[in-house]
Ligand binder design. Structure first.
Ligand code: 5GP
Ligand code: MN
Length: 323
């Protein structure tokens, strides 16, 4: 399906719910806010939903305070649009909003997308859902403004690791150039997004780095964070974001794995890879998904068992696919 299909659906709708994924990141929040602001300007009644809180580091975005948790019972909207959600489950409790809506749409860039809505716009080659929302905003004939630009800049700069991941293209930079023309303040945004760590985050990073293990002749690294470590340094869930990159940035490492203890019997696993390994396929072996170079899954085992199990699967994967 093409972007024009969602443009038409928007024109035909009055009340519109925008939904993004659990544990929202910069792309999730930025894409939702940008589309919300553009739809406001069209005179639509727009509501933003996410099962979880917007991370504190993203609350500076204009419109972040309009993203709320689903109500019970849920409203019936003319249109519900999922953003950056590869499958229905990624919406968490917000899935019921889509179920209730008269029409549904899914705008996403994950290759593992399951085409779960009435209208599915999935561009695997988009660096971020934000890059797709830029196109959509243009097709809605919005001229763009500073707030939309800053939300989209945030979406794209975070999902590309500051324009460093392999999803970054010439088009990404062209979009960014236009966002700067719309008024995005790059220096201010970079400071807020990347040079704004709390002491708790730095202390948690120290704890996590102490768990570093290296496997497969230096090609695989693992790091983890337990509930106890969070408690020790006074950190919360959102402080975990970004730590995996340190495992990935070790020279020779092709695959970085990060484990987060969710509760005594549940572990969230993140994968990041260099140029060799398709971690989307790897995550799917555990019922998860994502991109070729960044993926994740949840394993219903205690952290250390999940670590052992994951490494066994990775050992086999290396034996079969990586020479
Ligand atoms: P992260 O490691 O930052 O949580 O996620 C990296 C990427 O993998 C994200 O783009 C996200 O969409 C995807 N991902 C993470 N966890 C899951 C999961 O449990 N299921 C699916 N389908 N995708 C996931
Ligand atoms: Mn994304």
């Amino acid at each position: 399906m093409r972007m024009i299909d969602i443009v038409e659906a928007i024109h035909e709708s009055n009340s519109i719910a925008l939904i993004t994924h659990i544990n929202p990141d910069g792309d999730a929040v930025g894409s939702l806010i940008a589309l919300m602001l553009a739809l406001d300007k069209m005179g639509k009644s727009v509501y933003g939903y996410c099962q979880d809180d917007v991370p504190k580091s993203l609350c500076f975005l204009d419109g972040a305070d309009r993203i709320s948790k689903p109500t019970d019972p849920v409203e019936r909207y003319d249109l519900a649009v999922a953003l950056d959600c590869s499958d229905r489950e990624r919406m968490g409790d917000c899935a019921s909003i889509m179920d209730m809506a008269i029409r549904s749409a899914n705008i996403d860039h994950h290759r593992s997308n399951t085409y779960y809505a009435d209208i599915n716009i999935v561009h695997e080659d988009a660096s971020a859902t934000g890059e797709m929302i830029y196109e959509l905003v243009q097709q809605l004939e919005d001229t763009g403004d500073k707030n939309i630009a800053e939300a989209l800049y945030t979406a794209i700069v975070t999902d590309t690791g500051g324009f460093s991941f392999s999803n970054t293209t010439a088009r990404t930079h062209r979009v960014i150039a236009n966002l700067i023309e719309w008024g995005a303040e790059v220096t201010e945004l970079s400071t807020r997004l990347f040079r704004n760590h709390s002491p708790e985050w730095i202390r948690l990073l120290g704890e996590a780095i102490n768990t570093l293990k290296i496997y497969h002749e230096g090609r695989v690294s693992t790091l983890y964070v337990t509930r106890e470590m969070l408690q020790k340094v006074g950190a919360s869930e959102e402080h975990i974001n970004g730590i995996i990159q340190y495992g990935k940035d070790i020279s020779g490492v092709e695959l970085a794995v990060f484990f987060r203890e969710v509760d005594p019997s549940t572990t969230k696993v993140s994968f990041r890879s260099g140029s060799l390994i398709d971690v989307s396929a790897l995550a799917q072996k555990f019922g998860g998904g994502g991109h070729k170079r960044a993926s994740g899954c949840t394993i219903n085992l205690p952290l250390f068992k999940a670590h052992k199990y994951t490494m066994e699967v990775i050992d086999n994967y290396f034996r079969e696919t990586v020479k």
